[in-house]
Design a protein around this ligand. Sequence first.
Ligand SMILES: [Zn+2]
Ligand SMILES: [Zn+2]
Length: 100
Amino acid sequence: MFCPECKSLMFPDEGYFVCRKCDYKKKIEDYKASTIQEAADERETLVIEGDLDTLPKTKIECSKCKHNEAYWIIRQTRAADEPETRIYRCTKCGHTWREF
Ligand SMILES: [Zn+2]
Ligand SMILES: [Zn+2]
């Protein structure tokens, strides 16, 4: 979901897709839940691939290659009653996974 005004990625926020750059808003009702999830996933991928050097690292085992270090971010939740989700990305093989 991209902002029609400035082409920035928009984020779901309290019933709206919101552009953080120019404050453009669009009601989420117009979209199906799967579209919202897609936007959230897209955002995770962007966040985690865009700023690898600035991301914190932690000691955790990658389930894919058994490497013991991964970048991680906390995904901001869409609803207040949802728990935080941590997203890890293996520093070696790039495998990405979530922890709830
Ligand atoms: Zn915008
Ligand atoms: Zn790995």
